[in-house]
Design a protein around this ligand. Structure first.
Ligand code: FAD
Ligand code: PYC
Length: 416
């Protein structure tokens, strides 16, 4: 690691970044790789990192049609938690949470993981019953989650309004180990670590077709920069999964919706934790820059446009102003959208596919950022060994044919 004096840091700050080292190379694609990952979001980059680090497979390319982290990884509200209901999900999301806890050390890159607590608010009897069920199920799985009364919610998060309002706060489920991380840093940290082990990260390289041989197995991908050969291709393309899998003739059980978020002007530290209200589709935390990061619900209609409808944002802000009245005076700085790929049971798919050599990691809907390290880790295993890790074994495509669903609609927060 390089060390700088205060003076040299000052000089570098004024130097227009002229002599800053590149964090990862910008190689030309090779003719052939052992593994190609389609999609340079957090999940694809993490898979490449673990392929190299844990399986010794370094002849790997990550192909990204834009810039790394420019998809949902760089557009999400960064909430991290593992309080899902079913054992299968608890194992998957807790695997990720444990990796988050050591990720900055593993990558030697500060991903700014901040376990400041995630509080999920209950506004009606149904919410109370559902969250208490989650609390008990999580604790049986050794995952922290606790029920708070309305007064305890207020004590934990003083800006909350627990008085009379349209959406009264009747209590909440708190996961203290939950929190946030800096989304760009996650993409950059994984990219730098994977690159250091020899992985080629190739930006501005769009996959346009998947070539299959006479036996049906994958032979490689056509891209905007030419054909690249590989016997194994892992698709990790979030909102565009259906489009890419269609190139190999695989129809996916996914619907793609815009999901949007907003940030306010930056203010002094005022909001100590993450608060989510699934009932009214609003969630909020304060970034290290001071902005209030606010998320809204999905649009009602499928679309590939990376912007959400105005009335959805407006509804969310109405609710936020009731939950936290002092935010009525905040000005919003900007909003944006991402495309999320939603499965019928709101759980992801991390699996082999009917096409030999083709693997898919998708269906994270509105909640995949929190899973990035765990998902990348078990996806890498699946690709390396051509069989699922025991954690992702239940998350197949076939479960939608066989009816073995993992229904996380209640835990998935906004994707329901
Ligand atoms: P992405 O980061 O989207 O990466 C996929 C990449 O594939 C993209 O960069 C894209 O350009 C690339 N690609 C697509 N097609 C091609 C092609 N043909 N060739 C090459 N590359 C291609 N999750 C949480 O856990 N907590 C949250 O608080 C949260 N909030 C969210 C808020 C919003 C507004 C949004 C949109 C999402 C939110 N999510 C949240 C969900 C989370 O962002 C995603 O599940 C997660 O980031 C998906 O990561 P990924 O790496 O799979 O996808
Ligand atoms: O999955 O926790 C989540 C989440 C919050 C906002 C969007 N997704």
């Amino acid at each position: 690691m390089q060390r700088y004096s205060a003076f040299s840091l000052f000089r570098k700050a004024l130097g227009g970044h002229a002599d800053w080292q590149r964090q990862w190379r910008s190689p030309e694609p090779k003719a052939e790789y052992d593994v190609i990952i389609v999609g340079g979001g957090g999940h694809g980059l993490a898979a490449a990192h673990y392929l190299a680090k844990e399986h010794g497979i370094t002849n790997v390319a990550v192909l990204e049609k834009g810039w790394i982290g420019g998809g949902n990884t760089g557009r999400n509200t960064t909430i991290i938690r593992s309080n899902y209901l079913f054992d299968e999900s608890a194992a998957l999301y807790e695997h990720a949470l444990k990796l988050w806890e050591g990720l900055s050390q593993d990558l030697n890159y500060n991903v700014m993981y901040s376990p400041r607590g995630v509080l999920m608010l209950a506004h009606n009897i149904h919410d109370i019953q559902s969250f208490k069920r989650h609390v008990h199920a999580n604790r049986l799985n050794g995952i922290d989650n606790e029920w708070l009364s309305a007064e305890e919610c207020k004590e934990f998060c003083p800006p909350l309004n627990i008085g009379a309002m349209r959406y009264p706060i009747l209590g909440g489920a708190l996961q203290r180990r939950g929190g946030t991380a800096r989304h760009d840093a996650v993409a950059w940290g994984y990219a730098r670590a994977a690159d250091a082990r020899g992985v080629d990260i190739i930006e501005n390289c769009e996959v346009t077709a998947i070539r299959r041989g006479v036996n049906g197995a994958v032979e490689g991908v056509e891209t905007s920069r030419g054909f690249i050969r590989a016997k194994k291709v892992g698709v990790s393309a979030a909102g565009h999964t259906s489009v890419i899998m269609d190139m190999a003739g695989v129809r996916m059980p996914l619907e793609s919706y815009p999901l949007q978020a907003l940030v306010s002007e930056p203010v002094k530290p005022a909001f100590p934790c993450v608060v989510m209200s699934n009932t009214i589709h609003a969630y909020i935390s304060q970034s290290d820059k001071g902005e209030m990061v606010i998320g809204a619900g999905t649009d009602a209609y499928t679309s590939y446009s990376q912007r959400g409808a105005l009335h959805i944002a407006s509804h969310t802000l109405d609710a936020i102003c009731e939950l936290v009245p002092m935010f009525r005076r905040l000005r919003m700085l900007r909003n944006w959208g991402g495309i999320v790929d939603v499965t019928p049971d709101r759980s992801p798919i991390i699996a082999k596919t009917p096409v030999p050599g083709l693997y898919v990691n998708c269906g994270w809907g509105t909640g995949g950022f929190k899973a990035t390290p765990g998902s990348g880790n078990v996806f890498a295993w699946t690709i390396a060994k051509d069989e699922p890790h025991k954690i992702n074994a239940p998350f197949t495509i076939e479960r939608f044919r066989d009816g073995i669903l993992i229904d996380e609609a209640a835990a998935a927060a906004v994707a329901h």
